[in-house]
Design a binder for this molecule. Structure first.
Ligand SMILES: COc1cccc(CC(=N)NC(=O)c2cccnc2OC2CCNCC2)c1
Length: 389
């Protein structure tokens, strides 16, 4: 039963893994737009589709409340992602977004929002092919409506609306194994507030580790080390775009960001995204940058704390400053901003700094998937240059 749905979809099937006779690229050809189903898929009769206008404070709040109470939890059900309203507005409205891809399900009688799924447009390069894709994210069904098979119809509906915009591929991640990952990533955490992380059960003290030793182990300098480090500003967008496009060209799969997209994704927004550049004091050129996004988690029933303040490393490029020094400065700034933990995946060239900067391995994997695009072989995480929110 568990993969009945995915066996009907144009995704790499487990039975095809290793079958090198299958070509790399789209699995199904595009359909003529006139042949794409024009009307929405049928929902169970009690429910109706709705478009969630994230510009509306009321609707954005309904989405926020649904996700806060029903979105992804860690494997031990100690934490639940708590995306903020400002973060959701940022994450769902990049240049060229489609409001119709912000899809909700309401109870007809009460109009209560009980499910959500989203897509945003992205230009993704896969080796030498540039493919217009959708990034599908925030699939959430209210806890009380689980196993009503709502998720498959929501996935089909967001796919249908993406097809209507003549886009035939998508990228998505999940913490669960589905047919078939293009890569399997390990997540890592760098402790910033050891006492709180131990109190809430995020971290455990090792055998020979006392609390005071843990506090000492994770202590960071109070100020950053890199000369010329400063917050990113609008005037830095062209230089950061050049740095990022050049850097991401190293990876097998990576987004192609233009200036507008770099401005959207990397210009700092308080409590949403932080970005810092290194400006060379003599030449004034921008040689490096780092960024992280703010994604708190609700702490489920802890007497002393309600929220885990977590930073997630986003895009980082080093050309003059060693990457581990750049990220050490990111840790220092995150600590100054009272984050409890700094999270990362072992994608891109992250693995070396994960080991050098006292990150600990997380207890789970994050799988990346492509819809309607086959890769001959799965990628190493270090071949992947795509970060999803
Ligand atoms: C600490 O609170 C949590 C609340 C819910 C789930 C998890 C574990 C988890 N699933 N973590 C990740 O997926 C993760 C770990 C490191 C970096 N990025 C991540 O996920 C990002 C990217 C995918 N969409 C969710 C956020 C942790």
């Amino acid at each position: 039963q568990q993969h009945k749905f995915w066996e009907t979809q144009p995704v790499g099937q487990f039975k095809d893994v290793g079958n090198s006779s299958l070509p790399e690229g789209p699995i199904e050809p595009p359909t003529p737009l006139s042949e794409v189903k024009q009307e929405p898929y049928n929902l169970p009769s009690l429910y109706e589709w709705t478009v969630c206008d994230m510009d509306s404070d009321e609707v954005c709040n309904e989405v926020y409340v649904l996700l806060t109470n029903n979105y992804v939890e860690d494997d031990d059900n100690l934490f639940r992602f708590n995306y903020s309203k400002e973060f959701l507005r940022w994450g769902l409205r990049p240049p060229g977004y489609f409001r119709s891809w912000h899809i909700g399900v309401r109870v007809k009688a009460s109009k209560k929002l009980v499910a959500f799924i989203t897509g945003i447009p992205v230009k993704l390069r896969v080796r030498d092919e540039v493919v217009r894709m959708a990034e599908v994210n925030f699939l959430c069904v209210h806890k009380k409506l689980r196993s009503k098979r709502l998720a498959p119809v929501m996935i089909k509906e967001v796919t249908r609306r993406i097809h209507l915009e003549n886009i035939w591929q998508a990228a998505y991640t999940a913490g669960v194994l589905l047919p078939t990952p293009i890569t399997t990533c390990q997540y890592w955490h760098r402790t910033l507030h050891p006492k709180k992380l131990i109190d809430v059960g995020f971290s455990r003290l090792g055998e020979r580790m006392t609390m005071s030793r843990a506090i000492k182990l994770y202590r960071l300098p109070s100020s950053t080390a890199t000369i010329g480090l400063r917050k990113m500003e609008l005037r830095d967008v062209p230089a950061v775009t050049r740095l990022l496009r050049n850097y991401l060209s190293r990876f097998v799969v990576a987004p192609l960001f233009d200036d507008d997209e770099v401005e959207h994704w990397l210009l700092p927004q308080e409590d949403v995204v932080d970005s810092y550049v290194v400006e060379s004091p003599d030449t004034h050129e921008i040689t490096d940058f780092f960024s992280f996004y703010t994604l708190p988690s609700s702490i489920l029933n802890n007497p002393n704390y309600s929220t885990l303040k977590a930073a997630y490393t986003f895009y980082n490029v080093s050309t003059a400053t060693p990457l581990h020094q750049l990220i050490q400065d990111a840790l220092i700034i995150a600590k100054q901003k009272d984050f409890d933990v700094y999270n990362a995946l072992d994608i891109m060239e992250n693995e070396p700094f994960l080991k050098e900067l006292k990150f600990g391995r997380g207890d789970g994997q994050l799988y990346y998937y492509l819809y309607n695009y086959r890769l001959k072989d799965a990628l190493q995480p270090s071949e992947l240059g795509l970060v999803l929110l």
